[in-house]
Design a binder for this molecule. Structure first.
Ligand code: IMP
Ligand code: MG
Length: 183
């Protein structure tokens, strides 16, 4: 592994802290309008969605229930293993509830379709997904999330919760990782 420091490993910034904050505020308003009287269960998909989830929940002006799940689909590499494993389940019974799955990024779409199916089978009143980022070129168009922060090109990004080998989640911006770091 050749992780050294952000100044060495990041080729450029895709979204600044300010741009992220503005987008998250707008998404919070959209969700507030749709879920105002529905007391939704907001589900954070750990660990990647953590920063987005917390900021988004703070921008929602309605009663929400917060819960966390953990899935493993990537190991420590930059390519999907194709296998999704639920590591930590919900604490909340979502039967009859309005559920919002909060994801960090849609790549192959495998994780998203697995989670939709898995939690959809528990008979929620509704289930929608929101992803901070979406690599639209990497998956079929019918895998679209209901809400999305930004559509991005097919590049490996880190920051704002997104990692490479568990590093760089802490960056306040979204940066493109230099290919030589993971190739
Ligand atoms: P999918 O199942 O292929 O859609 O992969 C989704 C998961 O892959 C995300 O939740 C991330 O953990 C990881 N992932 C995909 N692309 C990136 C990236 O560019 N940076 C960091 N993680 C990524
Ligand atoms: Mg990850």
């Amino acid at each position: 592994m050749r992780i050294t420091s952000p100044s060495n490993d990041i080729s450029h910034v895709l979204f600044t802290e300010k741009q992220i904050a503005a987008r998250v505020e707008a998404l919070g308003m959209d969700l507030t309008a749709e879920y105002r009287d529905k007391k939704p269960v907001m589900v954070c998909v750990l660990k990647g969605a953590s920063f987005f989830y917390i900021d988004l929940c703070r921008q929602m002006d309605c009663a929400i229930d917060m819960d966390f799940i953990s899935v493993s689909s990537y190991g420590t590499g930059s390519k999907s293993s194709g296998v999704v494993r639920l590591v930590k389940d919900l604490d909340t019974d979502i039967t009859g509830r309005h559920v919002i799955l909060v994801e960090d990024i849609i790549d192959s779409g495998l994780t998203l379709s697995y989670l939709r199916e898995f939690f959809g089978s528990r008979k929620p009143a509704s289930i929608k997904t929101i992803s901070f980022l979406d690599k639209t070129a990497r998956h079929a168009s019918d895998l679209k999330t209901d809400y999305c922060g930004f559509e991005i090109p097919d590049e490996f990004v880190v920051g704002y919760g997104l990692d490479y080998a568990n590093y760089y989640r802490n960056l306040a911006y979204i940066g493109v990782l230099k290919p030589e770091v993971y190739q």
